[in-house]
Design a protein around this ligand. Sequence first.
Ligand code: BTN
Length: 245
Amino acid sequence: PGFMVEAVAEIDSTNTELMRRARAGRTDPVLLVAERQTAGRGRLGRPWQSAQQPEAQSSLTFSLGMPLAPADWSGLSLAVGVSVAESLDPTGAHKVGLKWPNDIWVNDSKLVGILIETAMPQTAQPDAARYLVIGIGINIGPREADGMRTPPAWLRQWQPEASAPEVLQSVAEPLVRSVLAFEAHGFAPFAERFAARDVLRGREVTLSDGTAGLCEGVAWGGELQVRTDAGLQLISSDEVSVRPR
Ligand code: BTN
């Protein structure tokens, strides 16, 4: 709905580019898709490899940029994950699951990575719209595992004909609609849908500070609930990473 789609062959990172534009005052809604990134970025400052792809177009990398002014930002990354997982696997037949906060996993292998960033508004009003940049990397064909903390999964494992343009077609529109639904209603419309695909719930997990506990799923505000020796912890920080044990 009313989005410019811009496709480039190569760029450092689609997220970096849209953040640069936002800082220069360009805050129109846009979807920027790149065939290759030379400096793709992941969460927690990690790189997102796209070099050494065995074949061209073996991943889909794009970012959606738009101004957004939700009442509460918490749970946005989860809502984005729900939307993409449902587009890739509408019925759940392929066990496309969500690993808090917003990785998409199949059988403990990562299929999709999501990196969300926001650029601050120029004004000081607390409720002013921020420019939101949602970066998504989807493995279409096999890719190298080096440097990744979990082995990769890829779409052609069960959709042999999958191609980057087609996947973009099926993911983009629902994603825009989901982000607008989140702006209007927050995380509530997504909570049960997240729970249906939650791959950590019921599993023993380790937090990035080494704490171990039992994951009890996601709270209504989008926080991860982990029962540790110190009691039930609600984890909301994007700075925490969680792995199953
Ligand atoms: C992660 O799993 O840590 C997040 C990976 C996000 C990768 C995508 S690819 C398109 C966009 N541009 C980037 O530089 N990163 C995101």
